[in-house]
Structures are given as C-alpha cells and as structure tokens.
Design a protein around this ligand. Structure first.
Ligand SMILES: [Zn+2]
Length: 339
C-alpha cells in the first residue's frame, strides 16, 4: 500500500498535459469516483490498524499533491491560451491622427487676436440677409452696381433676401442695436456671384472692423492699421494709404503693405512695385451713421475690411484660391506647425 502511494506520488509529480482536455482526463484518472487515488481510499479500510495513521497521512498528502498538480496544469494552460489569442492586451493603442486647423481659421484667429489686444470685440450676424442691412443702411444708392444680379446671389425678390456680399451687414446690425462707443470686429463668410478661378471664388471670408466714438479721426484709423500690419507681418512692415471710393466711407482708402517677400525691392508677387494691397478702409460716412440711428454731429468713426484669403495668401503664398475649399488633406496638413 505504501509502495503504491509512493509510486503514484512520483507519477503525479511528473504529470504533463498539452491541452485542457488532457488535464481533465488526468483528473478523472486519479481523482474521480473511480480514480486511482480514490480507489486507494476505498482500500484504506483493509489497512491494519497499527498502520492506519501513517498510511492515512500519506494518502491525504498524495490527494493534495495530485489536486494541486492538476489545477496548476489547468491554470497554466488557460494563461497560455489567452496569450496566444488575437487580442494582445499589452499592445499600445493605435495612434489617433489629429486633424489640423484650416489655414483660413488660423489666419482669422490671428487677425481677431491682434484687434482684441486693442479693445475690439467680435460681432457676428446671419449669412442670409435682407437688402437693408447689406446695402440700404450702408449708403448704397438703389442703382449701385454691387446690387446687380451679376454680383449678388438673391434668394427672394421684393422684399429682397440675399446672401451677404460683405460682413458690413453685421456692422449695420450692431449700429442699429447699440449706441457708441462701438468697437467691433466682424469675421465671416460672404458670397458673390463670380466665376470660380485660381483668384476668385463664389464665396470667401472677410474680417471687417468698426470703431465709433466721439472725436475718432483718420489718424486713429491709420495707427490701428499700422499696428495690425506690424503684428501680422513683422515689425519692419510699412503701410501706405491710397485714396479710393466705397459707398459707406468718406474719405476712403486702400491700404498696401510693403511686400513681405522682397521687402520692397520688387518681385513677381508684388508685380515689381514693392507693395501689395491688403485692405480697404475709411471714415464712416455720416449718412451711414444717421441711417443706423447714430447722431453724426456727435460721433464719428472708422471702418475697414479685408479678405482672409488675401491675408492667408500673403502669409503662406497659397497660389490657388480654390485650394482652401477642396478639403485636400495633403494641402491642409502643411499647416500643422502653424497651429
Ligand atoms: Zn515683392
């Protein structure tokens, strides 16, 4: 009996199993009701009384050893099974590709930031507008060419509902709702009925600014725009103002900055003039102030407007305007570092 126990003990200690089923077979072979170890327990009653204590102890040790060994085999099989499966829980996660900010948004935010530093707050308005806010309030005579079907997308006629052709409509909304001092900047998308080419699109983006208070002069306008040009294009940037005409400002001007590619030397980009045009501006026409319920004898103001595409072009030399709306990620990824 003792020999048999020792033999089984040695056998149990060297057990191996390649699969879970094999391990289960071993459990049945040794530990089930008809298993070899169980049958030794059945034979235990034949053991002489003086040996019962010793044999009983050995039997219990054997049973414990066998149970422990078979459980150990099963556990190690389970662990190796999960390690070999498709899911590797220790692998690092797939990298998530982050998008980039659109170049027009980068430049718009930069423009807004610069003007915010000198006290301008953002004003926004609807893209679908009525004739009064886009033209009427802004001193556009009824026969003005900008009202022509060639330039404006009309949605309804009489009363006219249209897609705004400039964000000046936001300025008229602000003036109609608020008394001076007014110092707002209006970024947004505008629409014009133009043939699409590398230099024109049927929609583009503008930032317009409006400042109305007592004693606002042209010198204030010039200083604000000089500050903007230096912040946007560098400390050594120069500006010049050329007389121009807009219905809503008097006097009006176009502003050029010194070409930031050749620094005034002359190059194909600036058509060898050393200057590039970036915005239009002027003193708000008294007719506009009166139309919007602001006393033009007490208040004066300036306004300016620029195309965000134009500024982005100057900063990043994007040759083709259409690139901005084609959603080509190869183009957009180039602005990753500008974020
Ligand atoms: Zn140049």
């Amino acid at each position: 009996m003792i020999d048999k126990i020792n033999q089984l003990k040695a056998e149990v200690e060297s057990l191996t199993a390649a699969t879970h089923e094999k391990a289960e077979e071993l459990r049945i072979k040794y530990l089930s009701k008809k298993g070899e170890i169980t049958s030794l327990f059945n034979a235990f009653r034949e053991v002489p009384n003086d040996q019962k204590r010793q044999v009983g102890q050995l039997l219990n040790e054997l049973k414990e050893a066998a149970t422990a060994k078979i459980n150990e085999l099963k556990e190690s099989l389970e662990n190796s099974a999960s390690a070999g499966s498709e899911t590797d829980l220790t692998r690092s996660a797939d990298p998530i590709l982050l998008g980039t900010r659109h170049p027009l948004s980068i430049v718009k935010n930069e423009i807004v930031d610069i003007f915010a530093r000198i006290g301008f707050t953002i004003a926004e308005g609807p893209e679908v507008e009525d004739d009064w806010h886009v033209f009427g309030a802004l001193n556009f005579p009824p026969e003005h060419p900008a009202r022509d079907m060639q330039d404006t997308f009309f949605i309804e006629k009489d009363p006219d509902v249209l897609l705004r052709t400039h964000t000046s409509s936001v300025q008229s909304r602000v003036m109609l709702n608020q008394q001076p001092p007014i110092r707002v900047i209006c970024p947004g998308r505008v629409y014009r009925n133009e043939a699409i080419s590398y230099r024109a699109h049927c929609f583009f983006h503008q930032v317009e600014g409006l400042y109305i208070d007592k004693n606002v002069s042209f010198a204030d306008l010039k200083q604000a725009l000089l500050y903007f040009a230096k912040e946007m294009f560098g400390e050594d940037t120069k500006i010049r103002l050329r007389p121009s005409y807009f219905p809503f400002t008097e006097p009006s001007a176009e502003m050029d900055i010194s070409c930031n590619l050749c620094h005034g030397e002359g190059c194909p980009f600036c058509k060898y003039t050393g200057w590039v045009e970036i915005l239009g501006c002027g003193m708000v026409d008294p007719n506009v102030l009166e139309a919007c319920g602001i006393d033009s004898k007490v208040y004066s103001g300036y306004a300016f407007g620029m195309g965000i595409e134009r500024i982005t072009n100057l900063k990043y030399q994007v040759k083709d305007l259409r690139m901005f709306s084609e959603n080509d990620v190869r183009f957009l990824r180039q602005f990753e570092s500008a974020n």
